[in-house]
Design a protein around this ligand. Structure first.
Ligand SMILES: N[C@@H](CCC(=O)N[C@@H](CS)C(=O)NCC(=O)O)C(=O)O
Length: 316
């Protein structure tokens, strides 16, 4: 690990990342072709023991295969990418919960996510995925599922979850909303704005409008939580709810959270995505002021700062 320079550059590096599908590469054909053009690991055709079911001949050993032969015997491995919001989302949760983990950054230009050794871990060939070395090297994929796995792993007292079933259900709802609603829409908006082969204004407009609609759902929730906080806490005689602007309450800038009265994985799952929406023309400060304040509060947390710097253990 080299601890001297930040490797996270979420908003600027996104320009070089393909967020969409990859046509013929989905079949693995392009991956194979690509690997032949890179000389780096071609000599590593040695015997190896990674399990490929009934397949008699294991695929040529690439960087991921090699890593899997030499894995740590404790802690967690996170497979990520330097500009993947979903990968840093998991780094944040791992860091906040105090798990020991090691990050392997995949090279998407080299289609390392299509490596058979990676697809065996994550059949969807996307990032992130984790391996839990303290639990029979089980692999978990889909960022929402990873978040929930980590909460369970942390135990009933998990500081970022809840021990109340009703609150758990609410936290899970926001996690699913973020992973299956918001993130894919931002991904599509970025794709049509920056990467699509032709300019289709109506597609950009459609996805940006949907992102705005989804952020308004979050804004509404946080605004309700703020109103509730002010009603409960502001005993100032000069503050009259419904008459005095909320901005005059001393609780106007206090942190409020999606569920309950403390920060949970429901909130933290949004941080990295809130970072990139500026690139599709969504200005959180102007258009979604509660979302903006909420993001700023989360960005001040030491665990978030550390995870976003990418300076925890990595393979470089
Ligand atoms: N629903 C998945 C989405 C995963 C996903 O699309 N990840 C992006 C990075 S944020 C990726 O792997 N992109 C590479 C590619 O599309 O080839 C999750 O939440 O884990």
């Amino acid at each position: 690990m080299s601890a001297s320079r930040p490797v996270s550059n979420l908003s600027t590096a996104l320009a070089s990342v393909q967020l969409g599908g990859h046509d013929r590469s989905e079949s693995g054909e392009a991956y194979q072709h690509q690997q032949q053009t890179f000389e780096a690991e071609d000599e590593l055709h040695n015997a190896h023991n990674t399990n490929f079911g009934s397949q008699k001949t294991a695929p040529p050993l690439d960087r991921i295969g090699h890593y899997r032969q030499n894995m740590p015997d404790s802690g967690i491995t996170l497979f990520s990418h330097r500009s993947a919001p979903n990968g840093f989302k998991i780094a944040i949760i791992l860091t906040e919960l105090g798990f020991k983990f090691h990050t392997v950054y995949l090279d998407l230009q080299r289609q390392e996510n299509k490596s058979p050794y990676y697809v065996e871990l994550n059949p969807n060939a996307r990032l992130p995925a984790i391996i839990d070395h303290d639990n029979k090297d089980v692999s978990v994929w889909e960022s929402g599922a990873i978040v929930l796995y980590l909460c369970r792993l942390a135990g009933p007292q998990c500081s970022l979850y809840s021990d109340d079933l009703a609150e758990q259900a609410q936290i899970d709802s926001w996690i699913f909303f973020q992973a299956t609603g918001l993130a894919p829409m931002i991904g599509q908006a970025l794709h049509f704005r920056y990467f699509h082969s032709e300019t289709i204004d109506s597609a950009v407009a459609r996805y940006v409008a949907e992102v705005r609609r989804l952020y308004s759902v979050v804004e509404m929730r946080l605004a309700e939580k703020r109103e509730q906080l002010i009603i409960e806490m502001d005993d100032n005689d000069t503050f009259i709810l419904g008459t005095t602007p909320l901005s005059e309450s001393k609780f106007f800038d206090e942190p409020v959270w999606l569920v309950g009265d403390h920060c949970t994985v429901a909130d933290l799952s949004f941080v990295t995505w809130n970072h990139v929406v500026e690139r599709i023309g969504v200005n959180l400060q102007d258009d979604f002021p509660e979302v903006y304040k909420w993001t700023r509060h989360m960005m001040r947390r030491p665990g978030v700062v550390r995870a976003l710097s990418g300076l925890e253990s990595s393979d470089e």
